[in-house]
Design a protein. Sequence first.
Length: 137
Amino acid sequence: MKAPLSILLLLSFSCVAQAEEDPRYKLTMSEPHKIEFLSEMRQMLASINGILEGIANDNREQVIQAAKYSGMRMARATPDEVRKHLPQEFQDIGGPTHKLFEEMAIRAEVEELSDLISLTADITSQCLACHARYRAD
């Protein structure tokens, strides 16, 4: 029950904060770089969705492929022109998040898929931490 409560609190804080002034750090980049950056964020969301669908449907291969989609290969493929706009603190959250996707792909090969929900929550906690601190607009 701890995770859902913390998510609700975070979301309610975000709604209140945005009603006044958004306190998050603004990632400033050119429009093409912002489009690329936001595409990568959507890719990670698609991975989470694929992981959850795979777990729900007992489809091990779907979980593995969805996790690999946002693993370290994705991190290495981020263009330097985009990466240079990301503060070190952002990268300190992002790097471990991509590693958690890699861990998911490895663990999905051998563990019961239902046991991977906790790791999925760890990944989404990283996502929430980043989205609570940063914005790209």
